[in-house]
Design a protein around this ligand. Structure first.
Ligand SMILES: [Zn+2]
Length: 412
């Protein structure tokens, strides 16, 4: 069976639907089209815990199971966060821990699907633009598939992630521009000139590359159960592919009859680069938002410092149609969020992920009493040597001596 025949294109802006083709611009409104699965999961399959996101193969755009390139991505834990939840007076806080994916971020979901799709098309070289996590995931999955990876790292990339990506044998190129949209133009031109597959996780350039994110929604349904889905799901937003993907996954669950009501979605950005919040406040549609790139991205959360909404065509309706919100948090709150979560719950996330903790801390009235799921997208161990670290005092040094220890602890 050709699984891609179980998909159609759908425009989440105007509602237009059409068969798949090479043209993924909506003929009615001009927005990018998204993939929409027509297949379904059985009740039995949705009661069986997944071993990886490929549990949901009937809803993923890969026809030949032989082409699936997997490192065991997805199937991540949903962890209770009782201490932090109580401190924030929530009705319940749980963390979808995407940090345990094979390369340490949720991008493994997207690249596992994107590389499998590229292999199915016979591509032998892939290229991406990235601040770090996409590059690392691309490098790992390309290595797994035995194909070449070219990584265009832009000005927001951290040293630790550059080193991690290079370790997989990929070709890393650092482009001196703080604007991801400029680096995208270069990468796309290179892909057209050299015949590489462009796998950047930006739905406006290729709808296949953001498909993997929707599997988070399927897993949340299995982990929470139909009757106990959370009131809110909070996700960090850079280009918007995660929150747009989670929303599309929730819509799939509704279409298949597994849920009736969708959780409200909150997209969280850094105040130093907040084009989603800007677009929501200005009531811009996707194309209007593209006309207003964020002028000077400046935040410690480099992983979400995207100057434009590469997935605004799904991220904007995700918020508008779930009565959701866009939230921006400043750098001090983000740094504080890393430490607050690590200290209360034993989960060390990267700064980019900590925006969701900062959003809960800064919007107590909005979330009070609600059940909340935060998606933690990336592991804090990725860039401990770089700027992304909790500020702590250097530990004291003592000789291997009980008296010295007692002195230090004021017990002597
Ligand atoms: Zn349209």
């Amino acid at each position: 069976m050709n699984n891609t025949s179980s998909f159609e294109y759908h425009c989440y802006s105007c509602g237009h639907t059409c068969p798949l083709s090479d043209q993924f611009q909506c003929p009615v409104c001009g927005d990018p089209l998204s993939l929409r699965a027509l297949g379904a999961m059985t009740d039995a399959a949705m009661r069986t815990p997944p071993a990886s996101l490929w549990h949901y193969l009937p809803l993923l755009p890969v026809s030949d199971p032989q082409m699936v390139t997997s490192l065991g991505e997805g199937a991540t834990p949903l962890v209770d966060a009782p201490r932090l939840g109580a401190r924030l007076r929530l009705g319940g806080l749980r963390i979808k821990n995407e940090m345990v994916n094979p390369t340490g971020s949720f991008k493994d979901r997207q690249l596992s699907v994107a590389i499998s799709h590229a292999r199915e098309r016979g591509m032998d070289t892939v290229a991406v633009v990235s601040s770090g996590n996409v590059a690392v995931a691309t490098a790992a999955y390309a290595a797994r598939a035995g194909i070449n990876a070219i990584l265009f790292m832009h000005g927001q990339a951290g040293a630790g992630k550059i080193a991690q990506a290079a370790a997989y044998g990929a070709r890393v190129i650092c482009v001196d521009s703080p604007y991801p949209s400029e680096v995208f133009s270069l990468c796309i031109q290179a892909c057209q000139s050299f015949g590489w597959a462009h796998l950047s996780t930006a739905g406006m350039y290729d709808p296949y590359n953001v498909e993997g994110a929707k599997t988070i929604a399927y897993e949340l349904f299995q982990q929470y159960g139909a009757e106990a889905m959370p009131d809110w799901i909070l996700a960090p937003v850079g280009g918007g592919g995660l929150i747009g993907g989670v929303w599309r996954g929730l819509l799939d669950l509704k279409r298949m009859g597994f849920i009736k009501k969708l959780p409200r979605l909150a997209g969280v950005q850094a105040a130093g680069c907040a084009p989603l919040k800007q677009a929501m406040e200005m009531r811009w549609d996707f194309q209007e938002s593209l006309c207003h790139p964020w002028e000077n991205p400046d935040t410690v959360a480099g992983g979400i410092a995207d100057d434009i909404l590469f997935d605004g065509h799904t991220a904007l309706p995700a918020l508008r149609e779930t009565n959701g919100v866009a939230i921006a948090v400043d750098d001090d709150a983000i740094k504080n969020g890393v430490g607050a979560l690590a200290g209360a719950e034993g989960l060390l996330c990267e700064l980019t992920s900590a925006v969701v903790v900062a959003a809960l801390q800064g919007n107590a009235a909005l979330f009070e009493g609600a059940t909340v799921c935060c998606i933690l997208t990336g592991n804090g161990m990725k860039d401990l040597a770089g700027k992304q670290i909790v500020e702590t005092d250097a530990p004291p040094h003592i000789p291997a001596d009980m008296g010295a220890l007692e002195n230090l602890l004021n017990l002597g």
